[in-house]
Design a protein around this ligand. Sequence first.
Ligand SMILES: NC(=O)c1ccc[n+]([C@@H]2O[C@H](COP(=O)([O-])OP(=O)(O)OC[C@H]3O[C@@H](n4cnc5c(N)ncnc54)[C@H](O)[C@@H]3O)[C@@H](O)[C@H]2O)c1
Length: 257
Amino acid sequence: MTTPSPHKVLITAGAGGIGRAIGLAFAAAGARVHACDIDGAALDALRAEAPGITTSVCDIADRDAVRAMVQEAAAALGGLDVLVNNAGIAGPSASVETFDPEAWDAVLRVNLTGTFTVTQAAIPHLKHSAAGSIIVMSSLAGRFGYPNRSAYSTTKWGLIGFTKTLSRELGASGIRVNAILPGAVDGPRFQKVLEGRASTSGRTLAQEEAAALANQSIQRFVDPDDIAAVAVFLASNAARSISGQIVPIDGDSQSAS
Ligand SMILES: NC(=O)c1ccc[n+]([C@@H]2O[C@H](COP(=O)([O-])OP(=O)(O)OC[C@H]3O[C@@H](n4cnc5c(N)ncnc54)[C@H](O)[C@@H]3O)[C@@H](O)[C@H]2O)c1
């Protein structure tokens, strides 16, 4: 039995970082890609680089905007086979005792509620697909505790529950749901994390980088393309029996900090 390869892909927060790498990888694999992002200028730059990719400006925390965006994506793609729930924000670094409650709400609104809203709107479209698949972007912080990042870690653990629940709800409709858990991904976001650690520890940036690598078995940080390759695999027919799984891509990291 064969099913067609997925080819209509919606990626949230697809204009930068990991989402951009995933979108370009799907496009290179022959898929039709629609990327949404809060940053319109970054979407313009993505379209200039990959003219086949269609885009929508959308804040994932805005329910009405998300519902409109999913309709726009399905119309632009002519349906939907794959949803990549990539959008997620880090929030501030602070202990639970001192964490700004507004910042807590903001992280939950994007990472948890945003993912829920996109997924809820996408399910009716995915049910029409012969190869429906959802990928949820969790984190190393969804496998370990992460001191001073309680909102982030809480949402990334929450997304594991969401993934496993969705997998059970949607399996009968032929839709697979898996979570990817990146570790330290090379790029500006992780550099900021290292700078933040150096500013509080009194160590140099190089010392913080060495400490971060000492936490891993594989002695290099993750390339966004490594994550994109796994996303393309998980959405492919080769992964047709894989659902409800969590896939760490973190060089065998032993903690989240
Ligand atoms: N970078 C890492 O080291 C790392 C590690 C583990 C997990 N992750 C997860 O991977 C995902 C992508 O991370 P990244 O580092 O590529 O992110 P990033 O900070 O580089 O941002 C990627 C994109 O998200 C967009 N964005 C931000 N807020 C948005 C919103 N409210 N609505 C729509 N778009 C929004 C930005 O404009 C940007 O284009 C996130 O869920 C993140 O938690 C990242």
